[in-house]
Design a protein. Sequence first.
Length: 364
Amino acid sequence: MLRTVTPPRRAMLGGLIAGGLLATTGAEAQRAAGRDYGRDAPPIRYPDPDVVVLDPKRFRAKLGNAAIRRVHTGLGWAEGPAWHPTGRFLIFSDIPNDECLRYLEEDQHVSRRFRSPSGFANGNTFDREGRQIALRHRHRDVVRYERDGQVTVLAARGPDGEFNAPNDAVVHPEDGSIWFTDPGYGALMDYEGQRHDTGSVRPFIKEAVYRIDAQSGAVTKLADQPFKPNGLCFSPDYKILYVADTGSSHYAEAKNQIWAYDVDGATIRNPRVFADMTLDGRSGLADGIRCDTEGNVWSSAGWVGEGYDGVHVFAPDGARIAQIRLPEICSNVCFGGSRRNILFMTASQSLYMLPVEARGAHFC
């Protein structure tokens, strides 16, 4: 849904840029549908028509003089962006090509084979000491890369048995515990891991959300209400855990939604629906999610088509307040940059970035 506005006077530009209130006309939106992201593409006229403000009172993160930019392309299925604040780099996965890549902030260069082979790793994050945590599809485990180059397996099984294929993770800064999901996609296909013909779409145990204790290494199961729990993130105060459910990929009864849980120490309770992914009668999957400092949830969105795929932003009450439209299915998001005000988006074959007037709530 787009607002049509009269082009503002030059004197008004600064305030509108800061407030993110510049919107697009119908003609501009139509032109945006055929946008060229190639190396020699013509520049985009500001404000970017593919950053769509649905609620200008609650979404103030749009910058009038910033545009979506494709940083890198040629990937198989991009996933798992994570920002390293002291190293000033972003890592992300190309699952089918069995590698982890790195984007350097100083020259915006992307290098391949940062981790290769990666074990068909999907999600990545960093712990409080800056060590990379990766969730490997092929090995169906959660690992940590040590400073000396060694790999430590943090968990390969939970209370119910060996994992399906861990997917995404976040680290709690107070105790260093690692919270992660196990939807099992990497065990359903060779393309993203290793297919196991168990006759089930699980494929081994019930899909669930888990926690690894940083001190004891004990693994506890936190929740299994989502059909296929995928991306997850904490609220800024760490009192709520959000979990994206992509279960409709394999379960007819599953709904495209984001769950919310109250965090109670090392457990979670009060499962409820935070947001529904239906927009204008069309519904897609929320995959990777992150919170900003105001409590808004930025969710990847995809598998619907033009005008839907990209990023959807939800206010703390679950209302959709903005969209970032991409020409590809978006799989995951991450705030990065020296001030955590750059939104990085892994989308199918590419990595995109967008400066925003918002900051990520967490350190990676």
